[in-house]
Design a protein around this ligand. Sequence first.
Ligand SMILES: Nc1ncnc2c1ncn2[C@@H]1O[C@H](COP(=O)(O)OP(=O)(O)OP(=O)(O)O)[C@@H](O)[C@H]1O
Ligand SMILES: [Mg+2]
Length: 262
Amino acid sequence: MEPNIQLKDINLVYKTRNGEMVDAITNLSVDIFPGEFVSVVGPSGCGKSTLIQLIDGLLKPTSGEIIVNKKRVTGPSPDRAVVFQDFALMPWRDVNKNVLLGPELRGKTNSFKEKAMDTIRMVGLKNFERKYPYQLSGGMKQRAAIARALTNEPEILLMDEPFAAVDAQMREIMQEELIRIWQATGKTVVFITHSIDEAVYMSNRVLLMSARPGRFIDELKIELPYPRTLEVKNSQLYFEYRTHVWEHLKTEVHKVYDTQAS
Ligand SMILES: Nc1ncnc2c1ncn2[C@@H]1O[C@H](COP(=O)(O)OP(=O)(O)OP(=O)(O)O)[C@@H](O)[C@H]1O
Ligand SMILES: [Mg+2]
């Protein structure tokens, strides 16, 4: 099978206002295949959000090439949708209007109205359609951002810690719902998370990122059946995957602290 997302030797250097250069990502390469659910795990500041924005086309790599469906990425496109870490809702639009932003930009509001209703219901915001972001809790804003991404019916879903602000019970419901949607639609999902458990629970493959400047240093294929029931979660293999990811994270997080301390 051919990959639908290819990152080839990507470097991304941020230039700050005072002229300082920050190497966020260095020599990062990966192939992601149609229908995969890939999680990315790495220490804070290693370049995960940068990676999501690169794949979406919001950021251009300083060098290297990003190919999606055999075309070089030059900017955002409706075949990709992002759930941003900070939700990025528009404060002057209510939930319904935020969710319909993508279709509206493409002049397709009417044909997506029903879809928007469905996704709003799915994320549990049915009675909040007319509320504005300031009237929502952090978890509700995050769910509205997820509904917005799904309403676009993207082929590729880029999710930057989408459940971080959602409470524990809601998180489990949303995890199950996302797996259900992913299985039903065959979307490709790139999923950033700080939760080791979530990465192993959700994914086909976990990519392990180094401390900044970020690149992939290891990957783990999660060969467990779906649905990942309690029995699967209690299996020896599940435990081994979790331990592997945890050992990796511990090493990389230490590198960050050691650099900061010195
Ligand atoms: N616009 C910017 N200008 C300068 N430096 C930036 C900019 N955005 C991010 N950085 C730096 O680039 C590095 C990677 O940032 P990024 O947000 O991608 O990390 P992350 O892995 O998503 O972190 P977290 O897990 O905390 O969300 C960090 O050191 C950050 O300080
Ligand atoms: Mg981030």
